[in-house]
Design a protein. Structure first.
Length: 293
């Protein structure tokens, strides 16, 4: 049997998705998450990377998707844990409290630990990974490691022993970036697609630490995968079908709704050409999708 496919985007609250996905601005009468959940069965929460969320916000998400029984949230761990290593018991409690709320009502897909390119494979970093895995041991976890030094048997054994999925990522191959190759360690595969905007990525690296506008911060992800690229990606994903029970496909090339359009196309490819439910807003913005609806 084929695995269950969970496809969606990294985040859902983007003003520049109007009108390419959302038909209007968010308001009391029109809610973006409710609209989003009519078309995708999962979303990766980005806000949790930047702030510690109030439990009422998480409970409100659950209410908004209550009519969609199979909808799941994956949650990105706060940058205090993955970048600055500035953590304490209160921060751990804040994160685990929200994860427990989602897990209790069966809306939790897993916790994403996204590390920077500068986080290379070393004894101290391996130890730190082990500590984080232990802190969040009661939750399914996915770790994104961007440097190719992590591509070794020792790390596979660590992830296997802790039952953690190693993220497969697609991004510009700059320096010693890890290459796109679906990885299977347990029964769940987690794939993230950042786009292949080499110029934007290089410029972003040069501006690390500088104050940037939303457009400047997002420019590295401004990339629209071609049908040919998506077809090649799909072939690679299908190669692991027999080895996993769940596959998460998360598009992070979010500017102007590219992630939405590509997510619909990936759903079509991974579901063997099945017609996809796509709103008119997306068809108007991305006419090539008309042949998959």
């Amino acid at each position: 049997m084929n695995p269950v496919i969970y496809a969606g985007t990294a985040g859902w609250s983007y003003k520049d998705w109007v009108p390419n996905f959302y038909p209007q601005a968010q308001s009391v009468k029109f809610d973006w998450l409710k609209f989003y959940s009519q078309y995708f069965n999962c979303v990766e929460v980005n806000a949790s990377y930047y702030t510690y969320l109030n439990t009422k916000i998480v409970e409100n998400w659950i209410e908004k998707v209550e009519e969609i029984p199979d909808f799941l949230f994956t949650v990105k761990l706060h940058q205090d844990f993955t970048h600055s290593r500035n953590i304490d018991k209160a921060k751990i409690a804040s994160v685990t409290g929200n994860l427990n709320i989602l897990q209790k009502v069966e809306r939790f897909g897993g916790l994403l630990l996204q590390f920077p390119y500068s986080f290379v494979c070393s004894d101290s970093n391996i130890q730190y990974l082990s500590e984080l895995f232990n802190i969040f041991d009661t939750f399914p976890k996915f770790a994104e490691l961007r440097h190719s030094s992590w591509n070794n048997q020792k790390i596979s054994e660590l992830f296997s022993s802790c039952d953690v999925s190693l993220c497969t990522i697609d991004q510009p191959e700059i320096g010693k970036s890890i290459k796109y190759e679906p990885v299977v360690i347990n029964d769940t595969a987690y794939l993230r697609f950042h786009g292949r905007n080499v110029t934007g990525w290089q410029k972003s690296i040069k501006n690390i630490g500088k104050k940037q506008t939303y457009e400047e911060q997002s420019s590295r992800y401004e990339y629209f995968y071609s049908p040919g690229e998506l077809h090649e990606i799909g072939i690679k994903i299908k190669e692991v079908y027999d080895n996993v029970k769940k596959i998460y496909v998360i598009m992070n090339n979010h500017p102007t709704g590219y992630a939405v359009a590509n997510a619909f196309e990936m759903l079509h490819i991974l579901n063997s050409g099945k017609k996809i439910n796509i709103p008119e807003t997306v068809l108007n913005a991305f006419p090539r999708l008309k042949n998959i609806r």
